[in-house]
Design a protein around this ligand. Sequence first.
Ligand code: MRU
Length: 337
Amino acid sequence: MKDLRPIIWDNEKNQLILIDQRKLPNSLEYFVCKTYEDVAFAIKDMVVRGAPAIGVSAAYGMALAELNNNNIACGSKRATKTKGFRLIEKAHNELKNTRPTAVNLFWALDRCMEAYKNNKSILNEAKEIHNEDIEICKKIGQIGEKIINDGDTILTHCNAGALATSAYGTALSVIRFAHYNNKKISVIADETRPRLQGANLTAYELNYENIPVKVITDNTAGFLMKMGKIDKIIVGADRILKDYTVFNKIGTYSLAVLAKYHNVPFYVGAPYSTFDYENSIEDIIIEERDEKEVKYINNINIMPEGVSVYNYAFDSTPAELITGIITEKEIIYPNKK
Ligand SMILES: CSC[C@@H](O)[C@@H](O)C(=O)COP(=O)(O)O
């Protein structure tokens, strides 16, 4: 079976093709980006989501800005070098403002800006970031699968799978490679309110590869741990600080606390591009999304008029709750002396 590739660069038409994740699991449709503004919209509206995937998409957004810029430069209204630079800077800023928490976005955009400043092709840089991400995710799976035992039931949160990256995923790459190595595993996917990435995306991609998966409401996780039905938890990450504080989808912290209480090993799968060595916890902006995501289910209001909500998209989990961080190079054990 062909593996899921959420990000495709169309070399003939010079356009970016994304799996439209808003439409899953009911239909597999594609969203075409011809300009960097299309890419900015796709990230904001969560056509594409997941830390590595938004980084790679944003890099192609920069490439589209460069290509469209070259078209202007070649046309009748030939742009001056300074005007060209300003246009690339504008794309860089607009793409940076799409989502605030996942560091891969800023990392990929800065890498493309640097390439541009050094007179290199942004498109080549974007393709490099894309190909690297595929290899890195594969490595995370190959290194991480060693922690999985035959017969394990693994709980995961949100979607840290192929759909959140260029292929394989981070947390789900570990699960995939255990499955590829014939370990009999099963997965419990938190539905992940309010956007339901677990129910819509994780269940979709595991089912697509015939990896056994069951979906639970988020508030079922503790009870399953109490009954001894969870052997391990593996989640992804949107940002990891130098003290190994992990920012990930809202609900990750609650899971980690529950895991500690129930002695369930708690792992994070993430590439080094997710590490942020510069900022500390108080510098990180936790995205707050539209309250409609909580207030409405299937376009039907579920709350009394005038009542407000909290809709934080991410939370932070301290290193003391984390058993290991699986990267493309090694497994880091933050609490091993
Ligand atoms: C491999 S991706 C890790 C995270 O990006 C993922 O778990 C997550 O929290 C995604 O959040 P989302 O809001 O869907 O972009």
